[in-house]
Design a protein around this ligand. Structure first.
Ligand code: ADP
Ligand code: MG
Length: 463
């Protein structure tokens, strides 16, 4: 069950990228928040909170989406869109709140715009608010500073630089600032961007017509004409000189006008090796705060919060069991929570400690093997180095070793292609391709099957 969803999410992410080439930005609010929830028989099921989105897409973007699926997967993929009442309720509540709060048309429209931009940026982002952020020792400082920035943007902490490992709440905190501002500073213009998307947008603009045309001006204005700029995952600028140049000028323009800038990153500015010095010094100019992994107490509180929000009865011993066994990051914790609660609701069985243990048992075993171990054994087996696997070298042996490692990681750890890609320093579609390649080759290639058997043996994986 989980794997199909992961695959759907990854394909859909690539399709969204592809769609940016053909779909006008005004339609993003309908398309980008669609959430893949199923993928079977080459049909993808997408969820929306806005019933209007179904009409817009059917009428204007149907073919573009079909083409994008084809471009990404090389196959004809069908899709269906269903309206999720819970999401739609939430969206309606937000819009009503804005309508009630602001009487003049202009302010209302600005607030709606801001909401749509936040909406179009990421899935499930309606819940990324301060109210849903559990504060513990690990994130106390980051939370306090983020909240201060939300209350009084452009005052004390500028820029705000938030860093921390994957799944620890960077995006959540950053969007919480945006959500707060929508309701408390409606006159301000807010823009949230993922660095990866910014890079793509920039490249597309350059490809379509050089450096100094109207397109580029419009692109620049979009980010320089705002009051609060939220830049997510800045580590993606690494080595992209042109992007760094653009961001540098955007930064200075905004900063000199006294506008608020918030940046997140998975590491400190000084640990992004190819970041230009002038950008680094700017990022360090304001305040730098970190997010650490949550301690046991905070993990229990996060689970409790999730259960309350979903109105699910989760006994304390179940919370404790999950919190003790899954401690890497909050995203993982949420994944486990979703799994347990989904199984319980599908089977109709009460969520007891035994029930949870039973469901999570296999995961615990699987957790023992890491991507690093798999990669090391694969490298050894094919007589190459770990560094080779992470390099861009494509000699046959290296490619083979890398692809087998990707395949095994995916099979045994269930890690997402994005995270696998992070490890091998490759894009996630490449990882998806590697997995698929080995999977189909295994059917016909006896030598490969034998290789895999031996590697699994070396890893002490059951066959
Ligand atoms: P990052 O951007 O650091 O990779 P996210 O902000 O996407 O991480 O967080 C991953 C998930 O964990 C999100 O669903 C988010 O809502 C949740 N989360 C993270 N930190 C907290 C927290 N302190 N309280 C509640 N939920 C959290
Ligand atoms: Mg993030």
């Amino acid at each position: 069950m989980g794997t199909a969803i992961n695959e759907a999410v990854e394909i859909w992410d690539s399709v969204k990228e592809e769609l940016k080439k053909t779909v006008p930005e005004t339609s993003y609010p309908w398309i980008m928040p669609l959430e893949p929830v199923g993928f079977e028989n080459d049909t993808m099921t997408l969820l929306t909170g806005a019933s209007f989105a179904v009409q817009v897409i059917k009428k204007h973007h149907y073919q573009q989406i079909m083409d994008a699926f084809k471009a990404v997967t090389g196959r004809e993929i069908k899709f269906e869109i269903i309206v999720d009442s819970k999401k739609s309720e939430e969206l309606k509540k937000q819009t009503e709140k804005i309508n009630k709060k602001y009487f003049d048309k202009e302010t209302r429209e600005r607030a709606m715009d801001n909401l749509a931009i936040m909406q179009s940026a990421a899935n499930l982002n309606l819940k990324y608010k301060f109210e849903n952020f559990v504060v513990g020792e690990n994130n106390k400082m980051a939370h306090a500073v983020a909240f201060a920035v939300a209350q009084e943007p452009c005052k004390k902490y500028n820029p705000l630089f938030i860093y921390g490992g994957s799944g620890l709440g960077k995006t959540h905190l950053m969007q919480a600032i945006g959500h707060y501002a929508i309701f408390h500073h409606p006159k301000m213009k807010i823009r949230y961007i993922k660095t990866e998307e910014y890079v793509n947008e920039l490249i597309n603009n350059l490809r379509m017509g050089g450096n100094s045309n109207e397109r580029m001006n419009k692109f620049r204005q979009k980010y320089r004409n705002v009051d609060i700029l939220l830049i997510d995952d800045i580590q993606f600028v690494e080595s992209k000189t042109h992007t760094m140049e653009e961001i540098f000028h955007t930064f200075d323009t905004l900063y000199n006008k006294g506008k608020q800038i918030v940046i997140t990153s998975d590491r400190l500015p000084k640990d992004i090796p190819t970041l230009t010095d002038r950008l680094r010094t700017r990022f360090e100019m304001g305040i730098v705060v970190d997010l650490q992994p949550p301690d046991l107490e905070t993990r229990i509180a996060i689970l409790k919060n999730l259960a309350d929000n979903e109105r699910i009865e989760m006994p304390y011993d179940v919370c404790e069991y999950i919190a003790k066994n899954f401690c890497d990051n909050v995203r993982e914790l949420e994944g486990v929570f979703n799994k347990v609660s989904a199984y319980s609701s599908i089977s109709g069985e009460p969520l007891t400690l035994d029930f949870a243990k039973n469901i999570l048992k296999c995961e615990e075993n699987k957790k023992k093997i890491t991507i690093n171990e798999i990669a090391k054994v694969c490298a050894e087996y094919y007589n190459v180095t770990l560094k080779d696997l992470k390099s861009t070298q494509r000699s046959q042996t290296i490619s083979q070793a890398r692809q087998v490692a990707v395949y095994l990681t995916r099979e045994t750890t269930g890690m997402s292609y994005v995270n696998i890609g992070e490890f091998f320093e490759k894009k996630h579609p490449t990882m998806l391709f590697s997995y698929e390649k080995i999977k189909s080759e295994l059917v016909t290639n006896r030598v490969l099957r034998e290789d895999l058997r031996e590697i699994k043996q070396a890893l002490k994986l059951e066959m």
